[in-house]
Design a protein around this ligand. Sequence first.
Ligand code: PLP
Length: 403
Amino acid sequence: MTHERALDERSFPAAERVRLMEASSTMAVLQAAERLRAAGLRVLDLGAGEPDFPTPEHIKEAARRALAEDFTRYTPAAGITELRAAIARFLNERFGSTYTPGQVIATAGGKQAIFNAVVTLIEPGDEVLIPAPYWVTFPQVVTFAGGRSRFIPTEENDFRLTAEMVSAAVTPRTKLLILNSPCNPTGRVISPGEFQRIVGWAVERGLYVISDECYREFVYPPHESFSAAALPEALRARVLIVGSFSKTYAMTGWRIGYAVGPEAWIREMIKVQSHSTSNPTSIAQKAAVEALTGPQESVVRMLQEYQRRREFLLAALNRIPGIRCVEPEGAFYVFPDVRELMRARDIPTSKDLEARLLEECQIALTAGSAFGAEGYVRISYAASREVLREAVTRLDQFARAGR
Ligand code: PLP
């Protein structure tokens, strides 16, 4: 037997911090859907957390220009100054902050920004507060860093996080709080007033805060787009903003995002990045500069389309027996309560429901348990209206079959 074969999945001595991590459950749904597609079935994909729109033409043109000009070499680890300055300016002009390019790091997506931020701060045994339901990656990165996730349940309060809930969860080991507004998976938006109260309280107790703002631009009226950049400077001194081009500009595959915050934290993150991925792709960085400084009409158009889909989906889901859906205020997900449907169809867990919907209706969505909330499912409406209409019809038939 070769040495490589001996090191198969079971015998490979993976480091404990990696063994403790779980593979992405959203990816697992995608793979299962792919299998059905390969067998010739028409799968309705409501699992994807990515826009179904193409990247706007003027952004692609900037990338083509970068290629034509041979802008294809290593860049500084933190990203090109032009991009760092554009990110700082974008936040400063919108939210009245005073960030400098030195307080910005460009990363290979918001995900790498979160990874860099957590591993530079968290020591083994440190606790990280994560409101639940949460984006699947947060606790996994905390585990990788040797930290412990402490979840703050928000279900009882219609998924609304308050400063009091955060206050009740803190312990002497708590070092970091991760906020995500608009939230993946619930679509909840924390109001500016509550946001400031939460951060004010956390800072007073010496915590650091990550504000994941990857869905910042997708907020539905009457709610307004908000950023931690709008907080008073004394609070911002302990807050790291994570942003992404993936959702806002339909650029998921380009792998470009950023973090903005205290210079000392950013400096440590640059150190980590310089020894892992070096720098985000040079061409994607030029495209990102154009995304921020060029016309923003495409963002407005996408938001309007998401809003129309959201309205259709909410009304349609709430007509299905056993499904109760509260109105999401941002992002492009709904997170309906399906407990009654599960009871009616004798389905024990949301994971089982996920599997049955895929097998019997060819609908791919994600079980709430993946996000820390049993009895719910996440449905992405970053899918065409035609797909949404068909999915709702199939869901309705599935729900009524048990009555
Ligand atoms: N944060 C949240 C809440 C997300 O849902 C995602 C992607 O799904 C990300 C961060 C990271 O996105 P990206 O790495 O593509 O910028």
